[in-house]
Design a protein around this ligand. Structure first.
Ligand code: SF4
Length: 479
């Protein structure tokens, strides 16, 4: 533990000591320190507390919930990438030569559409429930040809309940967002484009094995804005090899100057996501997860930032973003003052929503009130299941009554928005945030400076330092 505190205090003296370090130094926050030094990522999948849940049970409770007309987040994972970034844990498939690309993407497209048909059979209400946002994730979906993307979007429009409120969002690498691709996406009525830019610094990108350059990213943002997408988003990682606090802040300033609609800042996480089931990771480790590889980079002169510097990056970037009117909603996602928070995230985690999510493809994850499921992350198994006419679900967990309440609060806190007693009581009339068990949890967090309690308005909010530590809070104090 002393060693953890020592590492935490290795900071860049040109910047202030992060508030979060002062908090983590206190003995009463030992559990939070342990969580953050384990380097876990914690805010995508909210794991169920009933391990012995069957696929049939999951499909039945999902179908029951989808009978309600609440808009859902529907997504598909198109897993092909040109190369593997050294930090990437996602279940992806590398297609190196362009010649094989069309064949490979076609194979994935066909399987993905077949899988969607299987879900429609197994969960009949999926056909009727309104789609709030349809998200084409990856991998690199923008490696798919214009015709393939056309086929994909047309299939979904035809077979699912897309309406005037439905939005379509896609992710891709900056170098694959050509003007032609962007125009095609616009023609398909995709209104939101997003890219894992990670950094604008070419040396940092090269070290991380990213396929794009800083120039590609600037071109992507400018071209997408010119073509007038509603949202032009950019994701950044802090803690990459050879990245300094100053460089990271320059990246965020550049994104602000370019008026990016939503700026996502994620800490570099090297712990396998699947270990805690809080996100989905593929069967293959990221290179940087291997200790020998990390040591080699260091021996060759590469520099890993310390946890203390990572917190400096986060706290300084948050100050910068807030000065320009950006707001965090949910954790890590900062939206532009003229835009709205990310819809797919809001549908999933906002306290007044928390609607269902259904994800197709390798590593797709789905969740409803009473259960969550994750698809296989192995390509061979995925194709085998689809060939046999089976859903590629690999693991399912249910939620106990208490688990449902806990998940709802974990999600609500992860939205970084105030948690309200009146909304809580509408869903859980026999429970209260201001009495009994939850009161004692929240009073404890208040004493430690992690949340603020407004007794008069019956509202609980994360403090700024609580916002930084929200993943640790929801998986230790509420976990
Ligand atoms: S980070 Fe993105 S582009 Fe890089 S390997 Fe992972 S999915 Fe592909």
């Amino acid at each position: 533990m002393d060693q953890d505190l020592e590492l935490l205090n290795l900071i860049n003296n040109q910047y202030a000591k992060p508030e979060v370090i002062t908090l983590l130094e206190k003995p009463e926050n030992k559990d939070l320190l342990e969580y953050v030094t384990s380097d876990a990522f914690g805010a995508h999948v909210f794991p169920g507390d009933l391990p012995n849940y069957s696929n049939q049970q999951f499909l039945a409770v999902m179908n029951e919930q989808l009978a309600q007309p609440h808009p859902i987040h529907l997504w598909v994972n198109l897993p092909t990438c040109e190369r593997r970034c050294f930090f990437c844990q996602f279940p992806i498939i590398i297609v190196r030569d362009r010649e094989n690309l069309q064949k490979n993407t076609q194979k994935w497209l066909a399987a993905s559409l077949q899988e969607a048909s299987l879900w429609l059979e197994a969960v009949p209400n999926l056909k009727h429930v309104p789609i709030g946002e349809f998200n084409i994730l990856g991998g690199t979906p923008t490696l798919f040809s214009n015709e393939q993307l056309d086929e994909l979007v047309s299939f979904y429009r035809k077979n699912f309940n897309f309406n005037s409120e439905t939005t379509i969002r896609i992710e891709g690498t900056a170098s694959t967002y050509t003007i032609d691709k962007l125009q095609k996406l616009k023609a398909l009525e995709v209104s939101k484009v997003s890219s894992g830019i990670q950094s604008f610094d070419d040396q940092v990108l090269l070290q991380a094995n990213c396929a794009h350059t800083g120039k590609d990213s600037i071109a992507y943002i400018k071209n997408a804005k010119q073509i007038d997408f509603y949202s032009v988003n950019a994701d950044f990682i802090y803690g990459l090899v050879n990245q300094s606090v100053e460089q990271f802040l320059n990246d965020i300033q550049t994104a602000i100057d370019l008026e990016v609609s939503c700026i996502v800042i994620t800490k570099l996480h090297l712990k396998t996501f699947a270990e805690k089931r809080t996100a989905v990771s593929g069967e293959k480790e990221a290179l940087w997860q291997i200790k020998d590889a990390r040591d080699k980079i260091q021996q060759q002169g590469g520099r890993w930032s310390t946890l203390g510097e990572q917190y400096q990056m986060r706290e300084e970037a948050v100050r910068l973003l807030e000065r320009h009117g950006y707001r965090e909603h949910p954790t890590m996602y900062f939206y532009h003052p003229d835009k709205k928070p990310e819809k797919w995230k809001s549908l999933m985690v906002d306290q007044d929503k928390q609607f269902a999510e259904v994800g197709f493809g390798m590593g797709g994850s789905s969740s409803c009130l009473r259960a969550e499921a994750i698809n296989t992350t192995t390509a061979h198994q995925y194709f085998e299941k689809i060939k046999q006419g089976l859903l590629p679900i690999e693991s399912v967990r249910g939620f106990t009554d208490q688990g449902v309440v806990k998940k709802s609060l974990q999600m609500a806190l992860s939205s970084c928005q105030p948690v309200k007693e009146n909304i809580f009581k509408q869903r859980f009339p026999n429970d209260s945030l201001f009495e009994g068990y939850w009161q004692s949890i929240f009073k404890g967090l208040e004493k430690r400076g992690l949340i603020a309690i407004d007794e008069g308005n019956k509202v609980i909010s994360l403090t700024p330092v609580g916002q930084t530590l929200v993943e640790a809070i929801i998986h230790t104090e509420l976990g």
